[in-house]
Design a protein around this ligand. Sequence first.
Ligand code: C5P
Length: 231
Amino acid sequence: MSKTIIALDFSSADQVVEFLKQFDEPVYVKIGMELTYAEGLSIVETVKKMGHHIFLDLKLCDIPNTVKGGMRNLAKLGVDMVNVHCSGGIAMMKAAKEGLIEGAKDGQVPLLIGVTILTSISQEALNNELGIQGEVLDTVVRYAKNAKEAGLDGVVCSVHEAKAIREACGPDFVTVTPGIRLASDNVNDQKRVATPAYAKEQGAHMIVVGRSITGSANPKETYELIEGMMN
Ligand code: C5P
């Protein structure tokens, strides 16, 4: 399966279908809040019918019973990957996994990954707004260990954290890393970016790439170039 997940940050189903038409082979795509809240969960069915793999990035975080029920229903959609916030705690993450197992279509349990600390949270905000002391990396690693203990398959983290997580949680614990740019790209609003080659070097299992592919003159060619760098 592809190691490059294309972030479908479009605002309508029509734009998504138009964009995906150029890929004749299945690709791995990320459907997030913007698209889901604009189109409803029917967007998942639309993309699935085109044969693509789906990471449904809705970042659940609530009390365990509510997350369990939500995951039971998301599992019925037959997506490949879903996520929760690690900050919801170990009991919530365990409940998420139970819900997914209960709702899994044909026994196919989607991969469950945890969002560690959002890459938009600075060191200063972590310490002074959220009241969590110490380095961002220490909290990220602690959250990743919690996710592993709860039975999750991996975490979303920055490329710069992938190596420490691999050392703490082992080589099979999946790291999914956004913030990827080709050396020639515009950085846009991302702060700490890295190239696909560096992501591979740091041991990231999968990368999430949005604008480098969707904004490229030839998205299919750019996707193939990036996927080649990850293999
Ligand atoms: O266009 P770009 O490659 O920056 O898009 C990155 C994608 O990854 C977006 O969908 C963004 O919401 C998501 N993401 C991120 N940083 C995180 C978590 C998710 O950029 N920490």
